[in-house]
Design a protein around this ligand. Structure first.
Ligand SMILES: Nc1nc2c(ncn2[C@@H]2O[C@H](COP(=O)(O)OP(=O)(O)OP(=O)(O)O)[C@@H](O)[C@H]2O)c(=O)[nH]1
Ligand SMILES: [Mg+2]
Length: 220
């Protein structure tokens, strides 16, 4: 990585950094719903399964001097799209691996994604594990298939950030993305990742793929 750069423009000392984030996980665990909540603060009870992948962006203030922009690749969880995933996690700075806390198979799938990322993605990738659909167990605890303690233990052994989330009620969604942003190496960001506040890019740096879907209009 390039030497640390803390460029100054606009407000002295202000920094603008952008990072590529990929979401992975079994189909229907709520990847697109988490992104929709994070980017637009919305939720759909009936969401269509993602085809290929969707690209969205969201910018968050990290502290009074630092703004982080996420370029988000929301991948399709259906098995037939599995071979596309490396295209999206290649060069990713961070990943959110999602499972559904009411479906035990989805944690196994999440663990397989974590292994693949740890073997094949960027060496320094920040990985967060998100156990989604927390709202479903609030009223009916018997629906829970994966205990918080088990998932937490796995996450700490594997070196992952861990949150239980609900895209539906917004529980922990902001917290999840903010925790990732805080772990990103802002001080060592190279020229691609770190820009002065006065030179924000007007366009998104879109990677290679053309297999994006609908959410492309949502360049928030
Ligand atoms: N109750 C509840 N339902 C959720 C939550 N998140 C997602 N859902 C529902 O779960 C279904 C699947 O959500 P998606 O966001 O499309 O799942 P996905 O992981 O993107 O699925 P693929 O695109 O097929 O990989 C939808 O009907 C959502 O409304 C949540 O936090 N709580
Ligand atoms: Mg989806």
């Amino acid at each position: 990585m390039a030497a640390p750069r803390s460029q100054q423009a606009g407000r002295p000392g202000s920094r603008f950094a952008q990072f590529k984030l990929v979401l992975l996980g079994e189909s229907a665990v709520g990847k697109s719903s988490l992104v929709l909540r994070f980017v637009k603060d919305q939720f759909d009870d009936y969401r269509e399964s993602t085809i290929g992948a969707a690209f969205l962006t969201q910018t968050i203030p990290l502290d009074e001097n630092t703004t982080v922009k996420f370029e988000i690749w929301d991948t399709a969880g259906q098995e037939r799209y599995k071979s596309l995933a490396p295209m999206y996690y290649r060069n990713a700075n961070c990943a959110v691996v999602v499972y559904d806390i009411t479906q035990s198979s989805s944690l196994d799938k999440a663990k397989a994604w974590v292994k693949e990322l740890q073997r094949q993605a960027n060496e320094n990738i920040i990985i967060a594990l998100a156990g989604n659909k927390l709202d479903l167990v609030r009223d009916s605890p018997d629906k829970r298939a994966i205990s918080t303690a088990d998932a937490q233990q796995y996450a700490s052994e594997a070196g992952l950030l861990f949150f239980e989330t609900s895209a539906k009620t917004a529980d922990n969604v902001k917290e999840l993305f903010t925790a990732i942003a805080k772990k990103l190496p802002l001080d060592q960001a190279g020229p691609r990742n770190l820009r002065s506040a006065g030179s924000r890019p007007g366009v998104n740096l879109r990677p290679e793929s053309s297999s994006t879907q609908g959410a492309g209009g949502c360049q928030c």
